[in-house]
Design a binder for this molecule. Sequence first.
Ligand code: HEM
Ligand code: HEM
Length: 181
Amino acid sequence: MIPATRYTATAIALHWLAALLIFAAVPLGIYAHELAFSPLKLKLISYHKWLGVTIFLLTVARLAWRATHTPPPLPASIPLWQQRAAHGLHHLLYVLLLAIPLSGWLLSSAKGFPVVYLGLVQLPDLVGRSAELGDLLVGVHQILNLALLALVGLHVAAALKHHFIDRDATLRRMLPFSKGV
Ligand code: HEM
Ligand code: HEM
């Protein structure tokens, strides 16, 4: 069988929807964190949590896609070490996209603000209330987010370099409506 040259429509839709939600969740989280305690802060943090839980669910769906599909091969012109680095980076991104929402859920439990997904489904608390643990977990959530931002920066820079400098098919494989390779 000839291997596919592009990601499937499902993989492309999941990738870009997740990216969009992440680009919304990060500034919303930072803005809400900076606000003084108020009804507005609680409302914005609720929206942030809904986005975060949705990103977690999308990541599970993406991992299910990965378990049942082989991604299209990278252009053969890319050196093997770079192909390995790209795959390693994707794995790390997936780990962070599971760990960040989990740390958010844990910190919400510790701080005594349960997660009510979309205002409909209350998730169980993962740990008992503890202000100290809550503060520690906020720090963990922040550090994991800094790592995510750094890795996404690298990921986007690599995608743009392949597209505009090397002019190969790396980015087109992940773009909707593109004619392919
Ligand atoms: C991939 C998904 C997520 C991303 C990218 C993300 C990102 C962030 C960022 C950047 C902040 C601001 C941190 C700061 O400025 O100090 C933040 C704060 C926060 N996040 Fe998330 N988050 C995600 C998922 C979640 C989830 C699923 C929950 C809870 C269920 C959550 C709960 C919180 C809370 C409660 C804060 C405010 C902490 C505080 O101010 O005390 N996050 N998040
Ligand atoms: C928060 C933002 C983003 C995250 C978390 C993210 C994450 C990922 C992950 C995990 C994969 C691996 C897919 C797989 O094979 O399972 C991937 C592939 C890819 N992403 Fe992103 N991405 C983001 C934003 C972007 C942006 C803005 C671009 C373009 C400028 C981009 C371009 C690509 C390309 C071209 C691939 C395929 C690369 C390859 O197969 O080596 N991504 N992305």
